[in-house]
Design a protein around this ligand. Structure first.
Ligand code: UDP
Ligand code: MG
Length: 315
């Protein structure tokens, strides 16, 4: 295998404090990798400015002017972390052999990239960076994150535990991912759908090098909601199940009501009212659930996901 062209894609939202430090570290890292012939000198670092309101873009332009290794991509407005990653990957796909995505704050250990490349050389198309522990995260972040993974798995979305968006994708895995047609996307749930040979690399997660988290609780909740609704139809099915339970309850109530009626200790009108409430409530929920099932199907159809992903074709 020739030395691969590696593209490192970094989403940056108001990262003027972190970027200079991050850039310096990445220069050292890629210098070393090029020297050790692990990556080609044609490798690039793609900085995606996700509509920052601070001086992020000026920092990026300066970096690009000084060192052609840095490329800048500027999004016209704040499109969000996932879309910024998507933009960077789209811009890289036709020129790279493999791509690594990492956050601008370097909370994820850059040295793990050596292990990523090693796995890639050994034939992995997808390499997941997995956090060994979250000692440096705040208690709140740790607790919410863990709850999130548990809930997602309960919802039936296949996620790699403690893996965020620090990963390597080979060119073909990247192209397969980019062929997904959905607009609402949750990358870390989509990558496991690709298949291909995968590997995991464990590393310790540190604190931000500078600046503060760009994920306030509001964005975290929106993110979790996106994760659930973009990967799973289970909430819809839940309505259906609830409806069936209600209807069953209605039948039980029916028996109870009739028994009470014949024993004679009921007020006039009570029996009919009670039966209608439960039965109609149940029927309405069932109807909603059935409609929901079809809406769920429509939803999945509108994503226009590829029906298959080709790994090899011998002919
Ligand atoms: N980010 C982005 N757009 C946003 C929010 C965040 O591109 O709207 C980037 C941010 O610059 C960083 C990465 O996404 O590179 C992760 O954000 P952050 O480190 O603040 O999240 P945390 O580690 O606190 O979950
Ligand atoms: Mg961070």
């Amino acid at each position: 295998m020739t030395t691969p062209k590696l593209f490192i894609v970094i989403p940056c939202y108001n990262e003027q404090e972190a970027l200079p430090i991050t850039a310096q570290r990445l220069v050292e890292l890629t210098d070393d990798m090029i020297e050790k012939a692990l990556i080609s000198p044609e490798s690039r670092i793609v900085l995606v400015d996700d509509g920052s309101r601070d001086d992020t873009w000026r920092v990026i332009s300066d970096l690009h002017a000084q060192d052609p290794r840095f490329e800048g991509v500027k999004l016209a407005h704040n499109a969000g972390h996932m879309n910024a990653l998507w933009a960077g990957m789209t811009m890289s796909a036709d020129r790279c052999d493999c791509v690594i995505t990492i956050d601008a704050d370097l909370q994820d250990d850059v040295n793990a990239m050596y292990a990523f490349l090693e796995e890639y050389r050994n034939g992995a198309d997808v390499v997941y960076g997995v956090r060994g522990s979250r000692k440096k995260d705040t208690f709140f972040k740790r607790a919410t994150a863990q709850g999130f993974y548990k809930m997602m798995n309960a919802m039936g979305a296949e996620l790699v535990y403690n893996h965020a968006d620090y990963r390597l994708l080979s060119r073909r895995a990247l192209e397969a991912l980019l062929s997904f047609g959905e607009v609402n996307m949750f990358l870390r749930g989509m990558v496991p759908m690709l298949g291909f040979r995968t590997a995991k690399v464990y590393y310790e997660r540190g604190a931000r090098v500078a600046g503060e988290s760009k994920y306030p609780l509001r964005k975290m909740l929106a993110f979790a909601m996106e994760g659930i609704t973009s990967l799973s139809n289970k909430p819809i099915r839940f309505v259906l199940v609830l409806g069936v339970l209600c209807a069953l309850m209605g039948v039980t109530m029916g028996v109870y009501v009739l028994v009470s009626l014949f024993k004679g200790h009921t007020v006039r009108g009570w029996a009919s009212t009670m039966m209608s409430i439960w039965l109609l409530g149940g029927l309405q929920l069932i109807a909603l659930g059935v409609i929901g099932e079809y809406i769920g199907k429509i939803y999945m159809e509108t994503k226009r996901r590829p029906k298959f992903i080709l790994e090899e074709h011998l002919r």
